[in-house]
Design a protein around this ligand. Structure first.
Ligand code: HEC
Ligand code: HEC
Length: 361
């Protein structure tokens, strides 16, 4: 998805943004004007604390603007694609496709569209290889990439300036009004509010009235806690780290090293084939799986962990769970229990919540 040309353009933009941000270093935390309503993230009590983003403080108006932009096809060069084309709410903001072709070029992307939730805790890089530092820099990728939204940022500003409602909203939220860096800031604000923490599991964890798990779900929870949680850790079900979970043993450098995983970012040979641990939350609605969407079902994922792990110098030691051999042995009953437990992580409230749905419909 990152062609050379697009990559250079993105690099140039980073440079410009860097200059823009560094000019006002002495005043890093943007002041919120009187007309705005500051918002604190609603952190579920069983979640870890969240870092505040002082350089892009959340406001009710900024979040609402970001939501409008997220679902607006005018963000793409051909005015047909929005962020939501590849990040659908009903699929926990993934897209149900291994390598989507919905982008402006019709060419398949080289990676699978990940879920978007609990991003306020993603403090160790975005993208499957952590190639993007934070939400503010991430959005430039899809906006300008030829295979995604292929938008000229000057054209985008003009299009948005032609819409009085946007002009008014941008003017309220940002001192300098409609600008592409503000598009990105608003998108980031909206995305930080995408918190998934109202699943059956959460209700159980918070001992909410009437919340309970079945015997099989409880067995599954214990199994996940012992066999998977070294990586799919804590209440976010990810350690935000990079691991090689053994889906490949060789890593070619086609497509600018996109299959080399974290190595593409760090150039450390110990990072070959390592990808960011995805959350297990909502996983039953986000098939297909892995960075290239190669596994169609959870059963295929469990087959992989049980008997398909490939050995290479970077295959994670945590996968040697079969008396020192690679693999995670599971009985049929245990597999069913794990799937039952994963079902309790589906957050129906989140995937149907009207407050984060398409405001243009
Ligand atoms: C054509 C499909 C497509 C469109 C349109 C698209 N994305 Fe994505 N998105 C992807 C893919 C594929 C990835 C994974 C890329 C990678 O890891 O190399 C991704 C990754 C992301 C991530 C990183 C998530 C994480 O946990 O690492 C964020 C955030 C994101 N997209 C937000 C957006 C926003 C905001 C927009 C609109 C400006 C957008 N996307 C438009 C396909 C798309
Ligand atoms: C060594 C760390 C590690 C362990 C242990 C581990 N995983 Fe993973 N898991 C990962 C990584 C890394 C990925 C992403 C790999 C990729 O995309 O190439 C992943 C991907 C997945 C996915 C796909 C999610 C998606 O959105 O694509 C599922 C489902 C999954 N693991 C379930 C499990 C289960 C169930 C267990 C325990 C039986 C487990 N994992 C154990 C690291 C681990």
């Amino acid at each position: 998805m990152i062609g050379k040309c697009a990559f250079l353009r993105i690099a140039a933009l980073f440079f410009l943004l860097g200059v823009a941000f560094s000019c006002k270093k002495e005043n890093m935390s943007e002041e919120i004007s009187q007309a705005l309503h500051a918002v604190k993230l609603q952190v579920p009590v069983n979640f870890p604390p969240v870092m505040e983003h002082v350089e892009n403080p959340l406001t009710k108006e900024g979040i609402e603007l970001g939501r409008m932009l997220f679902y607006d096809v005018r963000l793409s060069g051909n005015n047909k694609i929005s962020c939501a084309s590849c990040h659908r709410q009903d699929l926990a903001f993934s897209d149900g496709t291994a390598l989507t072709k919905v982008g402006v070029s019709d060419r398949a992307l080289t990676r699978h569209a990940p879920v978007l939730f609990n991003l306020a805790w993603a403090e160790n890089g975005l993208f499957w290889d952590g190639g993007s530092k934070n939400l503010e820099s991430q959005a430039l990728g899809p906006l300008t990439s030829a295979d995604e939204m292929f938008q000229d940022l000057n054209v985008l500003e003009q299009e948005l300036k032609a819409d009085p409602d946007y002009v008014k909203r941008f003017g309220i939220v940002f001192k300098d009004g409609v600008r592409s860096v503000n598009v990105i800031k608003a998108l980031s604000q909206f995305q930080r509010t995408l918190i998934s923490g109202t699943s059956k599991y959460d209700q159980y964890k918070r001992s909410e009235p009437g919340a309970s798990l079945t015997e099989s779900e409880l067995l599954g929870m214990n199994l996940v806690n012992t066999k998977c949680k070294a990586c799919h850790r804590g209440e976010l079900f990810t350690d935000n780290e990079y691991h090689n979970n053994g889906i490949d043993a060789t890593f070619n450098d086609d497509h600018e090293g996109i299959y080399q995983g974290r190595f593409r970012v760090t150039f450390n040979p110990l990072d070959l084939g390592k990808f960011k641990t995805p959350s297990l939350r909502n996983v039953l609605v986000t098939a297909p799986y892995m960075h290239d969407g190669r596994f169609k079902t959870i059963d295929e994922v469990l087959d992989h962990y049980q008997s398909g792990i490939k050995i290479s110098p970077t295959t994670d030691q945590l996968l040697y769970q079969n008396q020192g051999q690679v693999g995670i042995p599971l009985t049929q009953k245990e597999r069913q229990a794990i799937i039952a437990f994963l079902g309790t992580l589906t957050d129906h409230e989140f995937i149907t919540n009207k407050k984060i749905s398409n405001p243009h419909e």
